[in-house]
Design a protein. Structure first.
Length: 147
């Protein structure tokens, strides 16, 4: 799989997010084991409280047989704590059956404590960080002053 290409796309999707002073702009793409895009999403796509991973996963039928071999690419570490909804993105990923996450930027302590990567790893999900793409993920969030 071309992790850099898919993660770059996720970072570009974050630019589609309506601006917010209270939430990060994030993009996410779910890709099957054979390299086929299954779904994509971005923060605040259909609802002001949507997170990117949540938006992408909502487009996939529960139990889709491609999910256990799939990777979700997210410009920001999937949330491990959340105020706007009952389930965090890390929990949604665990429940989806996806076994691999690739992210560009660790969630800074700006709104809530991050820790999504730890939740995923504890559930046996492989977490890969391509930190050299973090600057691309930060660009649509520059107005927040988070680093």
């Amino acid at each position: 799989m071309d992790d850099r290409r898919w993660l770059t796309l996720a970072c570009e999707l974050a630019r589609l997010c309506p601006p917010s002073g209270t939430a990060f702009s994030v993009g996410a793409v779910v890709v099957s084991a054979d390299g086929e895009e299954i779904a994509r999403g971005h923060s605040r796509e259909a609802d002001p409280h949507d997170h990117a991973e949540e938006a992408a996963l909502a487009k996939i039928a529960p139990g889709d047989p491609r999910l256990p071999g799939a990777t979700i690419y997210s410009s920001l570490e999937p949330c491990g704590e959340r105020r706007s909804r009952q389930k965090t993105c890390a929990r949604l990923i665990v429940e989806s059956g996806i076994r691999r996450v690739v992210m560009a930027w660790r969630e800074p302590v700006h709104f809530v404590e991050g820790q999504g990567a730890e939740v995923l790893a504890e559930a046996g999900i492989a977490v890969v960080e391509l930190a050299d793409l973090a600057s691309l993920a930060r660009e649509p969030n520059a107005h927040l002053g988070a680093s």
